[in-house]
Design a protein around this ligand. Structure first.
Ligand SMILES: O=C(O)CCC(=O)C(=O)O
Ligand SMILES: [Fe+2]
Length: 351
C-alpha cells in the first residue's frame, strides 16, 4: 500500500539534496503520525465554517491573507471558472469511476514514479495507518506522464486539459494575491511563474476523487476515514466539491489551541459556485511559516447522509512548483521543489 500525506508528487531519484530534505519532511509527517497516537483526529468536535470570500469584492485580498494565516482554508466565489465547466468535469469523473476496476486500471495504470493513473483504496495516511476509503485518478501535468494513461471516455482528455488550464490560471492569480504577505522579499510574480503545466519538470496535479457509498457507517471502525487527517504537500490546493457531499473538515489553528486542549475542527462544506482553497506545506515553508498549511480530513458519512447510501465526488487541483524551482525563504535551507517532494515521499514510504 502507498503511504501518502497528500497528493502531489513523483519520486524518481535519491540524491544528496533529496536526503537533506528528509529531516524537514519527517517533521511534517510526525504531526500527522501524532494524530494517530493521540486519537485527536477522531475525537475532536466540529463547529463553525471556514470563511467564504467573494473575489469580486473589495477587500478580498485582505480576507484571503487573514484566512491563509489563521485557518489555512477558505472558500472563494466569483472566481471566474464557469459552473458548467466544473459540472462537466464531475460528469466525466462519475463516468470514469462507474466503470469496473479492471477497466479503470487498464485505461490508466498507476505509475508511482510519475504520480499518475488510477488508484483504488491504496493510500495510507500516517495519521490513521488505514487506507483512505476512496479511489482516485491522478493527472500529473508533466510532459509524458499521461501517455497511455488517458481514459478512453470520449471528450475526457480535452475537457480535463481545458479545466486544468483554467484551474492553473486561477491558482496563479491566488498565488499572486498571497505573495506580498507570504513572501515579501520575492519579486512580484515569482510564485505564479514557478508553476507550469506540461513542461518537462512540471508537478501540478489534478486528482479526481470518488468515495464510494458506505452501506452502514456504524459498522465502520473508528480509525477509517474517507480521507484521514493530512496536510497537502503543494503550494495551494483548489478543491471542487458538489452540493450534498459534505464531510471535508479542517483543524483549528495550532497556535490558538492550548497545549493538550481540544478545539473544534471547522467544516469546509460545498458552497454553490464556490471552490475551497487551502495552503499546502510547500507554501508554508516558502513563506517561513507566515501562511498555515493546515490539517484536513474527510469524515465518514453520518447515518442520515447514508440513507440511502451515496458516493462523494470531489476534484482537487494541486499547485506544486516545477522540480527545478528553488524554494528559498528568509530562514532555513533553500531546497528545490523536486527535492522537497522527494523528501515527503521518502518519509512516508521508509518508516
Ligand atoms: O475530497 C476531499 O474533499 C479532500 C481531498 C484531499 O484533501 C486530498 O486529496 O488531498
Ligand atoms: Fe488534502
Amino acid at each position: 500500500m502507498a503511504l501518502d500525506s497528500s497528493s502531489c508528487g513523483p519520486a524518481s531519484r535519491a540524491d544528496k539534496a533529496g536526503q537533506a530534505a528528509d529531516a524537514a519532511a519527517a517533521r511534517e509527517v510526525d504531526v500527522e503520525r501524532s494524530l494517530a497516537a493521540t486519537g485527536l483526529g477522531a475525537a475532536a468536535a466540529v463547529q463553525g465554517h471556514v470563511p467564504v470570500i467573494d473575489m469580486s469584492q473589495e477587500g478580498a485580498a485582505d480576507a484571503m491573507w487573514q484566512a491563509s494565516r489563521e485557518t489555512g482554508f477558505f472558500v472563494i466565489t466569483n472566481h471566474g471558472i464557469p459552473e458548467k465547466d466544473i459540472d462537466r468535469v464531475f460528469e466525466l469523473s462519475a463516468q470514469f469511476f462507474a466503470q469496473n476496476k479492471g477497466d479503470k486500471e487498464a485505461q490508466s495504470p498507476f505509475a508511482h514514479n510519475l504520480n499518475s493513473g488510477y488508484e483504488h483504496f491504496s493510500q495510507v495516511r500516517p495519521s490513521t495507518m488505514t487506507p483512505d476509503q476512496k479511489e482516485s485518478l491522478q493527472i500529473t501535468a508533466r510532459a509524458g506522464c499521461m501517455e497511455g494513461r488517458w481514459p478512453s471516455i470520449p471528450e475526457f482528455e480535452p475537457a480535463m486539459l481545458e479545466f486544468m488550464r483554467a484551474a492553473h490560471a486561477l491558482g496563479q492569480r491566488i498565488l499572486s494575491t498571497l505573495e506580498p504577505i507570504a513572501c515579501p522579499k520575492l519579486s512580484p510574480g515569482t510564485l505564479a511563474k514557478a508553476h507550469n503545466l506540461w513542461v518537462d519538470d512540471g508537478q501540478c496535479t489534478l486528482r479526481l476523487l470518488h468515495y464510494p457509498p458506505v452501506e452502514d457507517p456504524s459498522k465502520m471502525p473508528e480509525n477509517y476515514w474517507r480521507a484521514g487527517p493530512h496536510t497537502d504537500w503543494c503550494c495551494i490546493t483548489l478543491l471542487f466539491q458538489r452540493p450534498g457531499n459534505e464531510g471535508l473538515e479542517c483543524a483549528p489553528n495550532p497556535s490558538v489551541v492550548k497545549k493538550g486542549a481540544s478545539a473544534p475542527w471547522l467544516r469546509v462544506d460545498p458552497v454553490p459556485g464556490g471552490i475551497a482553497v487551502n495552503i499546502g506545506d510547500m507554501l508554508g515553508r516558502w513563506s517561513d511559516g507566515r501562511l498555515l498549511s493546515n490539517l484536513h480530513r474527510v469524515r465518514m458519512p453520518t447515518l442520515e447522509e447514508s440513507t440511502p447510501p451515496k458516493s462523494r465526488y470531489s476534484t482537487a487541483f494541486f499547485m506544486q512548483a516545477d522540480k527545478h524551482v528553488k524554494i528559498e525563504g528568509e530562514v532555513g535551507e533553500p531546497i528545490t521543489a523536486g527535492d522537497y517532494i522527494l523528501g515527503r515521499i521518502r518519509s512516508n514510504f521508509e518508516k
